[in-house]
Ligand binder design. Structure first.
Ligand code: ZN
Length: 311
């Protein structure tokens, strides 16, 4: 059976795994994402390959989900706001040369959408939109069972639609992008901005804050944390209402680590969608939580490589 070495490179974590053609994850490793150079990335992949693939002669392909606007066909990264050392690199060629396996790349949210469509919440859905809440906010558009890539292959950058014209500056060069109000890093920033108003909050004087910690506090009804997720849901709802009005999709699937905070933000999302989107398409559009969770990107990357090498 054909197997692939699939990687999901995030702004925070790098996930590596061996996956068979039925989508079974046979081996896996989660490590810190490289911060400074592509050499760090190569080192980590080679280390995993030598540790776990020693007897995996059936592994013939490398495939990687990357948080970037990119040209999947030619293996080139255009812009990676959360991993800027990748900007402009012919990453597929570089990885093929240094790892010794043919390499496919895909935008991380596109990969997650492929994964959810093949194995997860979007199975059986022809047209849907994927949003991944991670270090950034990824987006992907599936129309009639196919990814909509656009002219340059960069379509679906939903995290960079503007929801506050004079809002927070974004790594993409614009400001007030949806990502700046809904991603894990935005959750931490918003908590810092608001915490002086909540002296009773358990998060009030913490030196180090993480999005996970803010979610935990929300589960314990911490007022600051609840306010943060109200804002996240508010902006996410504005974005989703526009997507429903434009594309009339069957479903919106929300994944990525931030989807674990589902119960803290989803009612605020639905409130905005109800207020802002046309009634008929918003009633028919299901807003679903990813069922593959953190594995969506890596499974999608694997599916892509298996399909391409089969063709
Ligand atoms: Zn942006």
């Amino acid at each position: 059976m054909k197997r692939v070495l699939a990687c999901d490179l995030g702004g925070t974590n790098l996930r590596l795994s061996i996956i068979d053609e039925s989508g079974n994850i046979l081996k896996r490793l989660k490590t810190e994402a490289p911060r400074k150079s592509v050499n760090e990335l190569i080192e980590k992949i080679n280390q995993f390959k030598s540790e776990v693939c020693l007897h995996e002669n059936s592994v013939k392909t490398l495939t990687m989900a990357i948080p970037a606007a990119l040209d999947a066909e030619n293996g080139i990264v255009f812009k990676a706001p959360n991993l800027p050392f990748l900007d402009g690199l012919e990453i597929s060629r570089i990885l093929e040369d240094s790892i010794g396996l043919p390499c496919f790349i895909e935008n991380d949210a596109n990969a997650a959408a492929i994964g959810e469509h093949a194995f997860g919440s979007a199975k059986g859905t022809k047209s849907f939109i994927m949003l991944t809440i991670g270090t950034g906010l990824g987006g992907a558009i599936f129309i009639n069972n196919e990814l909509w890539r656009g002219l340059d292959g960069t379509a679906g950058e939903i995290g960079h639609i503007c929801v506050e014209p004079m809002g927070a500056p974004c790594g993409c060069g614009s400001r007030g992008c949806l990502e700046q109000y809904t991603s894990a890093s935005a959750i931490v920033r918003i908590a810092r901005e608001l915490r002086h108003e909540f002296p009773e909050s358990s998060l009030h004087s913490k030196l180090y804050l993480s999005s996970k910690e803010i979610f935990k506090a929300a589960l314990q009804n911490d007022e600051l944390a609840l306010k943060v997720f109200e804002k996240v849901g508010f902006y996410l709802g504005i974005g989703i209402a526009s997507l429903i009005n434009i594309l009339n999709p069957e479903a919106i699937v929300i994944g990525g680590g931030g989807s674990n905070a589902w119960q803290a933000f989803i009612s605020h999302v639905k409130e905005q969608v109800q207020k802002r989107a046309y009634e008929a398409p918003s009633k028919r559009c299901q807003i679903l939580k990813s069922t593959l969770g953190d594995d969506a990107g890596i499974l999608g990357a694997a599916k892509l490589a298996i399909d391409k090498t089969r063709a």
